[in-house]
Ligand binder design. Structure first.
Ligand code: KG4
Ligand code: ZN
Length: 326
């Protein structure tokens, strides 16, 4: 069954075709990031206007890459929430119009659950690669969310903990801003940190024992204070700051995720969201998970950031469930 996925929750305009919930036939993402960079963050009005211009082309490209035309689509899946309201509206309106005019079913997909579902996607060349088992612990780390879940089924999540202030990606973006590294901050800090390995600079970790909640505003403020204190006097090394900030964040994410696995007796851990692209998080999580017998999964890089393949994939599961009930 071929599902056309549409994703427009933030600055991206995405369309993808996924077969039977796992085989990605095409995955097109057009970003308006360049239009926002001069402002240091996403401007919702600019994002939705660009999406309105792009969506038609992106959907056509996704179909053509999958060697399909509109009548071959069995079902349309679209991001329903959460996201920027104007941006969501573009994708939802487009998907509804397509569904109505083609007479094909439409399913609404939750963006956060789809980030976890990205672990179940495979390319043609990865056909034999085993899929994760459920139940699992799910960690979503993106620009807007940092949450830990007990994932009982593809769409049945129990929330264990979430950030009390900044999301992880937001903390990366804000620290990059303090260091004058541009937007988005995650990929730059990831790269720069590799040149700043040190032991002397240590930023706080909000452990919050007995809770699966996170807090990242303290480490961000600590970076801000450190930079302000040192910039005029002795100076500072941005690479070292990037490294120590990243260490602080990664430590907490790894500790809490593995603790949840151990306490709940769950052996698989699924990570998703833009920050799942972070190389240190990936490496540290694999090392530590191995030492405690937990199997950890990260999506392929192109499925970590916002994309429509994850929407089409989860859309298939929701559609199949709906049909079983009928
Ligand atoms: O999931 P996503 O594409 O959008 C949201 O749903 O928010 O995540 C975007 C976030 C941004 O904050 C960006 O800085 C962060 O993911 N990010 C990274 C990396 N690549 C993207 N953070 C850390 N390391 C990276 N390599
Ligand atoms: Zn996202």
């Amino acid at each position: 069954m071929k599902i056309l996925g549409i994703e427009t929750s933030c600055d991206e305009t995405g369309a993808a075709v996924v077969d039977d919930g796992w085989l990605v036939r095409s995955n097109i993402v057009a970003s308006s990031l360049k239009d926002h960079q001069q402002y240091g963050g996403i401007i919702p009005e600019i994002a939705s206007r660009r999406q309105l211009e792009l969506i038609h082309y992106v959907v056509c490209e996704a179909l053509s890459k999958a060697k399909m035309s509109l009548p071959d689509v069995d079902c349309i899946a679209v991001t329903r929430k959460p996201g920027l309201i104007g941006s969501l509206l573009v994708g939802i309106s487009f998907a509804r119009a397509l569904s109505y005019s083609l007479g094909k079913p439409l399913v609404d997909v939750d963006h956060i659950k789809a980030h976890i579902y990205a672990n179940f996607l495979r390319l043609e060349s990865e056909k034999g690669v085993p899929l994760p088992r459920l139940p699992a612990i799910g960690l979503v780390v993106s620009g807007g969310h940092s949450s830990l879940y007990h994932v009982r089924d593809y769409d049945r999540f129990d929330l264990l903990g979430q950030t009390r202030d900044d999301a992880v990606g937001e903390a990366f973006d804000k620290v990059a801003r303090i260091l004058d590294l541009g937007y988005p901050g995650g990929p730059v800090i990831d790269r720069l940190a590799k040149q700043g390995i040190n032991q002397e600079l240590r930023f706080p970790r909000a452990a919050m024992p007995n809770s699966y909640d996170f807090s990242f505003s303290g480490v961000k403020t600590a970076v801000y204070n450190y930079v302000n204190k040192h910039k005029s006097a002795s100076g500072f090394d941005p690479a070292k700051v990037a490294y120590s900030f990243q260490e602080s964040v990664v430590d907490v994410l790894v500790d809490k995720s593995l603790l949840a696995c151990q306490r709940r007796g769950i052996e698989s851990l699924l990570i998703g969201g833009g920050v799942a692209a972070n190389s240190t998080l990936r490496q540290r999580m694999f090392e530590r998970a191995k030492s405690v017998g937990v199997q950890v999964y990260f999506p392929a890089m192109s499925f970590c950031l916002d994309n429509a393949a994850m929407i089409a994939g989860l859309g298939y599961r929701l559609f199949s469930k709906q049909r079983r009930k009928e």
